[in-house]
Design a binder for this molecule. Structure first.
Ligand SMILES: [Zn+2]
Length: 424
């Protein structure tokens, strides 16, 4: 059985950088550690490390959420999983492993096998701190926007966000509405090309659009419930042929088997030591937030291990035109010759927007709605119209996406000629 003897020295004396030593009480800190509830989002590479660290640090009430099951390729770094766990829930197996290993009757870990979006706002309100160790940008945007929305209910829950990519990683502390938020820094993430579904479905122009059509739309339709396996040559061939016939239909060149593999695989490399370093930093921050033993990270730490070893900490600033924590609209420039469809392509692939199913409205009219289907049908005809005929200069467009609790405000100004210079 374990006790908290390992952390007692930390708590018996005040941290050397604590700015309010008079208010610090070691007893209170220890109690806070034992009674506070912490949520871990993600039970993968970072999540396994985070869960282990929290349990060994002395946190007693931990929830962990992950929608994924264990895959063979996870086992080299997601060290709470074994070969016989393949196919089982990551959150559940990780929980059981930690509970078996750390025999502490006071330690409670509550796993949830599913999406963070399944849980209610009330569920999130119970936590003193939330740590995310996710590779999904969409899920991180969702939890960020949700926690910032909670400030309206007078609930302030800090979010500690960790992320890794190969030898690089970052950890940061987000205090909703006070520090910069995840959405403020969307442009810092390494670029991943995304294509809006309306383009893929209606107006493909690039070979990649055809491959995405095969993988995002046709695969699901043809093989409902079946996960695509990029290592299965028969399945890859199906994907390639399906994309190729789509490309022929729209006179698009360039669909090859190599490109097909490149688009559908989209593998993010993962390195165990990077995960360990970033998870350690995240858990340090959670510990300090709960115990008040030392000042928290302000607010962004970057780590690189590929070019020697280097860390850099700085204060990332809030953006006044952030779609989540800011109050100003973003200014964008459109070409006079752009159709609505081209405009949607341009803005949704922007680093700071990244929306897959954007719906666009103005205060006067619906420009394009992805849902419900009846309105999609009606507004679809706008896609081929020139944007400049649909809105007036300076008019505000509100962009929403069903997967994100965010509405983005854009003010469009126009420039350039009336016709596409490529065809002029
Ligand atoms: Zn923000």
């Amino acid at each position: 059985m374990r006790d908290n003897s390992s952390i007692l020295p930390l708590l018996s004396t005040i941290g050397p950088f604590n700015e309010v030593p008079d208010e610090y009480n070691a007893e209170d800190s220890l109690n806070a550690l034992k009674t506070s509830k912490v949520l871990v989002i993600g039970a993968g590479g970072l999540g396994c490390e985070i869960l282990k660290n929290l349990a060994l640090t002395g946190f007693k009430n931990i929830d962990i959420i992950d929608m994924d099951t264990i895959d063979l390729s996870n086992l080299n770094r997601q060290f709470l999983f074994r070969r016989e766990d393949i196919g089982k829930s990551k959150a559940e197996v990780a929980t059981q492993f930690i509970l078996n290993r750390i025999e502490d009757p006071d330690l409670k870990i509550n796993p949830y096998f599913g999406k963070i979006q399944d849980k209610s706002i009330e569920y999130y309100q119970q936590f003193q701190v939330i740590i995310s160790g996710l590779d999904s940008i969409e899920a991180r945007r969702w939890i960020n926007a949700t926690l910032i929305g909670l400030v309206d209910n007078d609930v302030l829950i800090p979010l500690v966000d960790g992320g890794t990519e190969g030898f690089r990683g970052q950890s940061r502390v987000i205090i909703p509405t006070i520090t910069s938020c995840f959405e403020c820094s969307l442009d810092l993430l390494s670029a991943k090309v995304t294509y809006p579904v309306c383009t893929i479905a209606n107006t493909p122009r690039l070979p990649e659009h055809c491959i995405e059509w095969a993988s995002q739309l046709e695969w699901v339709k043809t093989f409902p419930g079946k996960k695509f396996d990029a290592d299965d040559m028969v399945q890859v061939e199906w994907m390639y042929q399906t994309a190729l016939s789509r490309a022929k239909e729209f006179n698009i060149d360039g669909v090859t088997k190599a490109l097909t593999l490149g688009v559908v695989k989209n593998i993010i490399p993962a390195i165990a030591s990077t995960n360990a370093i970033i998870a350690a930093s995240c858990c340090n921050e959670a510990f300090k937030l709960v115990t008040n033993s030392n000042p928290i990270l302000n607010n962004y730490m970057m780590y690189t291990g590929d070019d020697s070893i280097h860390t850099y900490t700085y204060e990332h600033s809030k953006k006044s035109n952030c779609a989540v924590c800011g109050n100003l609209a973003k200014n964008v420039t459109a070409q006079n010759w752009w159709t609505l469809s081209q405009f949607i392509d341009e803005i949704s692939s922007k680093q700071e927007v990244q929306m897959l199913k954007p719906s666009l409205t103005t205060s006067q009219r619906y420009l394009y709605l992805t849902n419900p289907p009846e309105l999609e049908k009606v507004t679809k005809e706008n896609l081929s119209k020139k944007l400049s005929t649909l809105i007036s200069p300076g008019e505000e467009i509100v962009v929403t996406d069903p997967s994100l609790p965010i509405s983005l405000r854009l003010i469009v100004s126009f420039e350039g000629g009336e016709t596409d210079p490529e065809f002029a």
